[in-house]
Design a protein around this ligand. Structure first.
Ligand code: GUN
Length: 298
């Protein structure tokens, strides 16, 4: 069998961002509205700082306003709640993202519940999670939304009857990914650390989404010939030959690409799509708050 098609998330995300920038121009011209995104970072986790800086750059590049709140690592829960209350009532801010993980003195569930559900561009508020699970999605978590877009570029819009296996059951990726694929009429299995026959389950998959945070975890013999493999992992190895250590996914890319029909690379696969979906959610949130219907029409 020939080698897998490499899914170019970077190029797909760039196209998507250009379309979003068009929508932002339309919103300005027709409705005199510029979407604004507030990003809140507590502490100085280096990986989180890189993500937050990227989000900010891309927000501005798409023509939206970016508001950054970098708080010290010893910020109290009460202080963070007060900041969020202020962002909730600020009319210039349409989207609020609180970067996770938060320091241990702060209960993330309490913080996420405080964000106005209409400004919840992460889709983590229980109201938005509930809407997704009852088949009435509003603001949907960015990483699974980006994964679904990539899957559809490979398989088309009709995923009905496909067997989808998701490795990982996090609130950020695994669970919302399952809800989205179920909504597409896939047969969905979530595999996790307590699953007894993990490899057998994975081998059944037409669509395999991997989000476990373990470098090169999924091997070639776990993957069915012709599967679409989406690798959400971003892990830094100890191999310092390239300076900081190489970035690798959760999938053994070199091995798996000889059996899969298509596969996302790391970096340049899912990562850029997550940010593009965040921008899309910010536009959606701005429209929701201003009773503007999507798609925006002249
Ligand atoms: N940390 C890792 N992924 C995410 C994400 O998608 N959103 C937020 N807020 N924090 C994260």
């Amino acid at each position: 069998m020939s080698e897998a098609n490499i899914i170019d998330g970077k190029a797909i995300a760039e196209k998507f961002r250009n379309k979003i920038a068009d929508d932002v121009r339309q919103l300005k011209n027709i409705h005199n509205l510029t979407p604004g995104l507030a990003v809140v970072l507590v502490g100085s986790d280096p990986a989180s700082e890189v993500y937050v800086n990227n989000k900010q750059k891309m927000t501005t590049a798409a023509g939206m306003k970016s508001f950054e709140h970098k708080l010290p690592g010893d910020t109290t829960q009460k202080e963070l709640l007060t900041l969020i209350d202020g962002l909730n009532t600020d009319p210039n801010i349409h989207g609020i993202l609180v970067q996770l993980p938060l320091p241990e003195q702060i209960n993330a569930n309490i913080i996420l519940a405080e964000v106005d559900a209409k400004k919840d561009v992460d889709g983590f508020h229980v109201l938005n999670v509930g809407k997704l699970f009852v088949g009435a999605p509003s603001l949907v978590p960015c990483t699974p939304l980006g994964c679904l877009t990539l899957i559809k570029t490979e398989l088309g819009n009709n995923l009905s009857g496909k067997k989808a296996v998701i490795l990982g059951r996090s609130n950020i990726v695994g669970k919302p990914m399952a809800a989205l694929l179920l909504e597409e009429n896939c047969t969905v299995t979530i595999v996790h650390s307590k699953t007894s026959n993990m490899q057998d389950e994975c081998r059944q998959a037409d669509i395999l989404v991997v989000a476990v945070g373990k470098p090169n975890f999924v091997k070639k013999n776990w993957v069915k010939e012709g599967a679409v493999v989406i690798d959400v992992g971003i892990n830094r190895t100890n191999d310092k030959t390239e300076g900081k250590g190489k970035l690798v996914g959760d999938v053994d890319y070199e091995g798996v690409k000889s059996v899969a029909a298509s596969i996302t690379p790391v970096p340049g696969g899912v990562g850029p799509m997550t940010i593009a979906c965040l921008l899309q959610n910010t536009v959606t949130a701005a429209c929701l708050q201003n009773d503007i219907e999507l798609p925006i029409q002249q």
